[in-house]
Design a protein around this ligand. Sequence first.
Ligand code: HEM
Length: 526
Amino acid sequence: MGAKTKAEVVEYASKHTIEEKLTAAVNEAILSNSPDPLGVIAAILQRESAARGAVDYDLVRNEIKSLLENQLWDDGSLGPKFVRLAWHSSGTWDPVTKTGGSNGAGMRFEAERSDPENNGLMEGQAFLEPIKKKFPGISYSDLWVLAAYVFIEQSGGPAMEFTPGRVDHADENAPAMPPIGRLPAAEKYIVKGQQDEQGRAMGWEKLAMHIRDEVFGRMGFTDRETVALITGGHVYGRCHPQDTGYAGAWVEEPTKWSNEYAADMVGDDWRLVTKEDTWLESIGAKELIPSGDKQQYVNRKKPDEIEAPDATQFLPGKYKVCSGFVNVRKEPDVKSDIIGQPQRDECLNLVAVKLFGTAVRGRLDTSGWVSIIASGGKVLFEREGDLELQPGTYRTAGECDLHSSAGGDKTGKLPAGDHKLASVALGADGRAIWAEVEGGAGWLAVLSEENGVVADRIVEGFNDKQTDKEFEDPPAPNQMMLVSDMVLAWDPEYRKVIEEYAENEEALTSDFGAAFKKLTELGCNF
Ligand code: HEM
């Protein structure tokens, strides 16, 4: 809305004097019989001004968008903080006493802010303050919710229709202020330091009751909505040891919408850790060490607990990448140069497979090595079938023996360089690979027990020319789960839903959008 013309203002003032408006609001407040008549009057007046377009929400949206990216903050976005702010502002709702909820923005006051679960959320409020200053007509309660909506949509999550009209409490004596203790606690009722034979923290059934009955049930959420909310919420951001004692992020890309939380929850192995688990530092996962008496789960294993896999299980063959990408290294050790990065679902021919410590590595027919199982135990490839050996140009690095036939006597030497190999096949023992050099020069053992792999298949764009292309090797992702998160995998009813979300991102997106909107509108009288 642009500025009003003088004529418009005069017309408005003659039709509705301020006094009339106030009298009408006071009358409505008396009729409403509300214990908070001042709150009712404020609500009416704020709704009036919003309805007349005093706040242009599209402009506020733009302002929020330009604030979100912040390279100095955590993972580069303030968005996760705003999502948590909106959730904690809403998650105190109690329909019986009609207290709490996003309406009122009570977290501005010590009485609500001092809930230990709200630690760290002042920062979120502070970042939004300049927008409130610029658009004084928007209530804090609306602004906090809108900021979360804008980020969720921008990050690829569901778009939610925003309904304004929340009214801020005048002070902390407002009757709708919630008492402390309504928000969930990640280890409520958990017996510290004890777990059952399946690795579940003792007391988890009671924690499930806390989540189901004391928190989400209280607000009228079903199991499905509860799982959608937690699964969608914890795809964002991270824990801050200085605020809550918990440490680390739930997913690899914590500023993007996805169902990765659900997929990892059911797909990864999780183990309980405390601040005593200093081995996390030695494997480069220091950021997952909680502080104080906090316990959490991580998807990393102690180095001495990783069993060496049985390499004989992994025959040479055609293998498909089943991780985001894998590194092809010049040599089979992890410090050697990366020469390629095939992506998920690409298939590679691995002509030789060997065990290196706790890792299983395979030699590509086109040169280089990949980890089929990384030393941390993560499986990166699936075997698709037998080797698909292909004729074509092969490069030999040094002089090689020529044979009269596959497995036959040595007849001469093949110089180093590129050669056309007419037919490539497994030898009679099923292990060596033999190829006939085009033009009748003889046979070459591409792979033999004696010499290993001596010739690389040349593929255009991969290894035909020397390149200066440099590949980045991002560190292994360090991920965590709160004990309360793990309950979604342990409780049979919650588990059904999280398994569905692990497979079906669209279902999560639409359920989360509906549940988050419901959450942020609890107790609002629009
Ligand atoms: C059983 C329920 C839940 C528990 C116990 C819980 C607990 C926590 C804890 C302990 C943190 C770490 C805070 C910090 O150290 O800064 C956190 C972060 C977060 N939570 Fe939850 N949460 C729950 C449900 C939800 C829901 C329903 C949402 C949203 C729909 C949500 C969104 C977030 C976000 C976005 C963060 C990251 C904040 C940041 O990066 O600063 N959580 N949660």
